[in-house]
Write a protein that binds this ligand. Structure first.
Ligand SMILES: O=C(O)CCC(=O)C(=O)O
Ligand SMILES: [Fe+2]
Length: 364
């Protein structure tokens, strides 16, 4: 982020191309662009988003993240995530499992709640390090507000495409309702040496953030260095997503997969160290997660949409059960958060209990 500019993403590393969606055209209701977004969201569940207009806010959020991670560890730990099954606060590196064997993640991050941001200076859920309060009004609120706008625009496209009445999905993500929605700033520390294409091919790189699907509805992600990988449907191997300047990476999470009866795809992804010479640099990323209101029940909206009903009717009985998890958004979320924590681990079963809508639950 600071100092010398990192080298570019290497050319000899295979990447998975994502469709590029133009946010301005989506806003303007351009039918062709809406079809492209729909294709991306239903086939891979990931796409690039350009012309989203949040660049300045993203830069400032990265500054806030760097200021926070530079605080003494003792201060950061005062604001560590609690045991309440919510993810807000600071997470130290190595505190989550990345797989069922208990390998540890290498990322530290700071999660700032949407509710705390909008309520500030009142406290909705919890307090944060001094660096957060100092930038709540100038940096965090503008980022959160604009990200919500972008994600809500996309939600309303999905709503229409699924044949749901206007406002059905937006109501599940009402601004004034308490939710797990949050901004996350992530730091993965640098490696001493470059990671070669041969090592990448042999999958020798250490996983920084284990294979997962996102818990909520929509993720609006900004990164600069490589490291994000997707496991495309039908593929056996992980593939890098190349960061493109000015382009966010957006993806669908479990809640939308559940609401849509699997029509919208919540795809597996993970983070490994950046490839090639980029590995010697700290990797920063920033996400805004839109998640349903805490009390919203997660289930396929079969009574509200013919398309969703048809999708669910076409499933095996076993598959259909996965789409009736009998959980509210907050129950779904806290189960996943708690069971990935190393300190709650009793064995492989703990990590397995953290799984969501992954199509290959065992992959790492
Ligand atoms: O850092 C990234 O590129 C992705 C982060 C991610 O997948 C997450 O925080 O859920
Ligand atoms: Fe993710």
């Amino acid at each position: 982020m600071h100092g010398i500019a990192p080298p570019p993403f290497p050319d000899d590393v295979p990447t998975h191309p994502l469709l590029v969606v133009d946010y301005e055209l989506i806003q303007a209701g351009n039918a062709q662009e809406i079809d492209k977004l729909w294709k991306a969201a239903t086939e891979l569940g990931f796409w690039y988003l350009k012309n989203h207009g949040v660049d300045q806010e993203v830069e400032e959020m990265f500054e806030m993240g760097a200021e926070t991670m530079d605080l003494p560890m003792s201060e950061k730990l005062e604001y560590e995530q609690g045991d309440d099954g919510q993810s807000f606060g600071y997470k130290a590196a190595g505190t989550n499992a990345t797989d069922e064997h208990g390998s540890r993640d290498t990322v530290e991050f700071l999660n700032v709640s949407k509710d705390d941001t909008l309520a500030y200076p009142e406290v909705a859920h919890r307090t944060y390090p001094s660096t957060v309060g100092a930038r709540m009004d100038s940096t965090i609120k503008p980022f959160v507000t604009k990200s919500i706008e972008v994600n809500n625009t996309i939600l309303s496209v999905f709503e229409k495409k699924l044949g749901l009445a206007a406002g059905t999905l937006l109501k599940c993500h009402a601004l004034e309702e308490a939710s797990g929605s949050e901004a996350r700033c992530i730091k993965n520390p640098p490696k001493r040496e470059a990671i070669t294409a041969a090592e990448i091919a042999q999958e020798k790189e250490k996983v920084a953030l284990g294979a997962h699907t996102d818990f909520g509805s929509l993720s609006f992600l900004h990164n600069r260095l490589g490291g994000l990988q997707v496991l495309p449907p039908g593929s056996e191997g992980w593939q890098y997503v190349r960061p493109l300047p000015g382009h966010a990476v957006c993806n669908v999470g479990d809640a939308l997969t559940l609401f849509s009866g699997g029509i919208l795809r919540s795809n597996l992804h993970r983070v490994v160290p950046p490839p090639g010479a980029q590995a010697a640099y700290a990797r920063w990323s920033l996400v805004y997660f839109t998640r349903p209101g805490n009390d919203v029940r997660l289930h396929a909206l079969v009574d509200e949409s013919e398309a969703v009903k048809k999708a669910v009717d076409g499933m095996s009985a076993e598959e259909r059960k996965r789409f009736e998890p009998n959980a509210t958004a907050s129950e779904w979320f806290s189960r996943r958060i708690k069971n990935q924590k190393m300190k709650n681990r009793t064995g492989p079963e703990t990590w397995r209990a953290s799984r969501g809508m992954e199509h290959k639950p065992d992959v790492i």
